[in-house]
Design a binder for this molecule. Structure first.
Ligand code: NAD
Length: 339
């Protein structure tokens, strides 16, 4: 199989590339390195089955030829920052929706068999039902969630209209080595700067589901296999964990992993109901019955373990400089709220 991975130098994309090469795929990775890093592809570069194109998906002339004779496109390139989406909605739209249109057009023109789209739990907004099934209405509360809902609708419509297959994967929070955004990375960077105090965006009670990246990649490949074998034109799967953790619990795990003590937590709610920023979904737990039933996939690590393993991996990658060497359970002097 010949595959293209967009966003190949990013967090999930680079893990997917590694795994596809292990599985015997020929892989072309496309990334503009706006957020991705070439070192994420250290394992892949040098493999005769891998080719990297530094190109911007907003500029098809930089990469269009690569779509010739490709079987599957894994479209992961996007700006995943909810806060950026709220500040710069139009730019975010182009990075997430216009880019997807260029990828779909390239896929259509080159008779690509299957487009896999990396969507997100944020398409549901504040769900009425938890765990949230795929059939739940899409009511995003951030521009990021809205761009994912729009882009997945375009992907599914291309499948119905032009005969390609489309697989939409609505990922929960995916974590693991190479992660450079989100709450775990944010906490580690802040604590490296000041090991005595941790600013927590929101009131700390936000509760969400976290999935280790190896589990997410496994789910992705199982879902692809199923769609191809079952001859389905389109499919949508939630990909998440069966449990969830609060932001405050994540802070405790990070503090403990860093071997810190006496860290003061300062909460900074952005809304009266304690969200971290406008557009932050407070409660997220996906119903994963459908993907389990169809593919037999099961997460191997729960949310808490995924967070701990990620904190350990990131500390290894980022170095432990400026981090206190005290060991033992974390103890806080007190919690404080700031406006
Ligand atoms: P990431 O930022 O690490 O990776 C995205 C990659 O896309 C980056 O390497 C970036 O350089 C590249 N990119 C962005 N715009 C581009 C453009 N115009 N042209 C070429 N390359 C471009 O993010 P990630 O966490 O690996 O997320 C991958 C995908 O999964 C995204 O679509 C994201 O929205 C989705 N997703 C991620 C999570 C998560 O928790 N990490 C959860 C749900 C959905």
């Amino acid at each position: 199989m010949r595959a293209i991975v967009t966003g190949a130098a990013g967090f999930i994309g680079s893990h997917l590339v590694d795994r596809l090469l292990e599985e015997g795929y020929t892989v072309i990775g496309i990334d503009n390195l706006s957020a991705g890093r070439l070192e994420n592809l250290d394992n892949a570069i040098g493999s005769p089955s891998f080719r990297f194109i530094r190109g911007d998906l907003l500029r098809p002339d930089e990469w269009l030829e690569a779509f010739r004779d490709v079987d599957i496109v894994f479209h992961l390139a996007a700006n995943p920052e909810v806060r950026h989406s709220v500040r710069e909605p139009l730019d975010h739209y182009h990075q997430n929706v216009t880019v997807t249109m260029h990828v779909l057009e390239a896929a259509r023109q080159n008779n690509v068999k299957l487009v896999v789209f990396a969507s997100s739990s944020t398409v549901y907004g504040d769900p009425e039902k938890i765990p949230t099934p795929e059939t739940h209405p899409l009511r995003p509360i951030s521009i990021y969630g809205a761009t994912k809902a729009a882009a997945e609708t375009m992907c599914l419509t291309y499948a119905r209209l032009y005969g390609m297959k489309c697989l939409v994967l609505r990922y929960a929070n995916i974590v693991g080595p190479r992660l450079r955004h989100g709450v775990i990375y944010d906490f580690i960077m802040k604590l490296k700067e000041n090991p005595m105090m941790l600013e927590i965006l929101g009131d700390g009670s936000q509760r969400k589901s976290y999935l280790y990246v190896d589990d997410a990649v496994e789910a992705t490949l199982r879902a692809v296999e199923h769609v191809l074998e079952a001859g389905k034109r389109e499919e949508v799967y939630n990909v998440g964990n069966t449990d969830w953790v609060t932001v405050r619990e994540i802070a405790d795990i990070v503090v403990e992993t860093m071997g810190l003590r006496c860290v003061e937590y300062v909460y900074k709610p952005a809304t009266p109901d304690g969200r971290g920023w406008p557009g932050d979904v407070k409660l997220m737990l996906l119903d994963i019955v459908r993907i389990r039933r169809d593919t037999g996939w099961e997460p191997r690590m729960n949310s808490r373990e995924a967070v701990r393993r990620t904190a350990e991996a990131l500390l290894g990658e980022l170095g432990r400089a400026h981090v206190g060497g005290h060991h033992g359970r974390p103890s806080r002097v007190h919690d404080r709220f700031s406006s």
